[in-house]
Design a protein around this ligand. Structure first.
Ligand code: SF4
Length: 343
């Protein structure tokens, strides 16, 4: 790992996520993707989720806004009729009280996802604004283990077996640090053979060539619950992998974003390394609020550096979404470059 990464799995995970934006797919040629981290179902949380998307359908999905749609909103948006109709006529019986569906119709209308009106007898009617597209082509999950020793590999094998059996993913990978060994230690352990193995060399941060495929995954059937799969995709779309901007403390005077190759990674000046997401929080004993004058005179971004960092990371997310939409039409593809100042 690059100097200052500490022993942070978190830093490794950020770099794997950024690499996926730059270089996915590792063996089958470039594909437009949306990348998210720390996402899952009730049963399982994945480190990195990569959605391969249909470019045109993804552009139409983006018209529904930058936030993800939860299962209640998805029911309303996908079931919305072309002409105004009473919601109980338009939608299938949900199997729970209709008032919850009505509340979701109001919520969807509040986000301009559908149109609503009062029909005869005061009934709530709604119709689609646009058709919800079939934008997700493949779902890939990646488990990140920078130091994959024997006991970590044994523990991981059971989780990976669950991932394979759940039927939500089209491919499952393990990402680990390069060891320089002739045979990757990951292959010597009891891994399911359907799981691909990627080795990363992040000594100089991340670039598109940072990965080596040491084992190819098996293409899976992904025959699990399609609604669950779409809900996962929507959450991935809404969250992305830069969501640490919301949970960490960029408003601390010690917080910086540092460039590590082609990624922007959090750095704590007080600790001299990448802080973990858990320690860089309101409970951090070394937290020190940015001085008020940083927020006013001389700072080029309104609101001070903390707000500026959050805004910059949001812009990065939007830029990558735009690239996914243009991928294939754009000779720079989804990789592109970026030189925005950090702090
Ligand atoms: S001192 Fe604590 S809160 Fe401040 S940047 Fe470092 S880890 Fe985050």
């Amino acid at each position: 790992m690059f100097p200052g990464a500490g022993d942070s799995e978190f830093a490794f995970e950020l770099l794997v996520s950024r690499w996926a934006e730059l270089a996915w797919h590792p063996t089958d040629g470039r594909r437009p993707v949306v990348v998210a981290r720390q996402l899952g179902t009730k049963e399982r949380r994945w480190d990195t989720v990569i959605l391969e998307v249909d470019r045109d359908a993804f552009a139409r999905r983006r018209l529904f806004g930058e936030r993800g749609l939860d299962s209640d909103l998805l029911r309303v948006v996908r079931g919305a009729p072309p002409a105004f109709a009473w919601y109980r006529d338009a939608l299938e019986d949900p199997g729970f009280p209709w008032r919850y569906v009505r509340a979701a119709v109001h919520r969807a209308a509040g986000r301009d996802l559908v149109e609503k009106r009062r029909g005869p007898n005061g009934r709530v009617e709604f119709r689609r604004v646009r058709e919800y597209p079939d934008w997700v082509e493949r779902v890939v999950v990646v488990e990140n283990k920078p130091d994959l020793d024997a006991s970590a590999a044994r523990a991981l094998a059971g989780q990976l077996r669950h991932d394979l059996d759940a039927g939500l993913a089209d491919e499952v990978w393990v990402a680990t640090g390069a060891t320089g060994e002739r045979v990757s230690p990951a292959l010597l352990e009891d891994m399911p053979v359907e799981v691909g193995v990627l080795e990363f060399d992040f000594d100089d941060g991340v670039d598109a060539d940072a990965a080596e495929v040491v084992w190819h995954p098996t293409r899976l059937d992904a025959d699990g619950d399609p609604d669950k799969r779409l809900e996962l995709a929507e959450r991935a779309y809404g969250k992305g992998w830069r969501s640490f901007r919301e949970t960490m403390r960029p408003d601390c005077r010690h917080f910086e974003l540092r460039r590590e190759g082609r990624a922007l990674v959090p750095h704590c000046g007080a600790k001299g390394r990448v802080p973990t997401a858990a320690e860089c929080s309101g409970g951090c004993s070394e937290f020190s609020p940015e001085p008020p004058q940083w927020r006013t005179n001389g700072w080029p971004i309104e609101g001070g550096p903390g707000k500026g960092i959050r805004a910059l990371l949001s812009r990065r997310r939007e830029r990558e979404r735009e690239r996914a939409e243009r991928a294939g039409a754009d000779p720079g593809g989804a990789a592109g470059t970026g030189t925005e100042a950090t702090r």
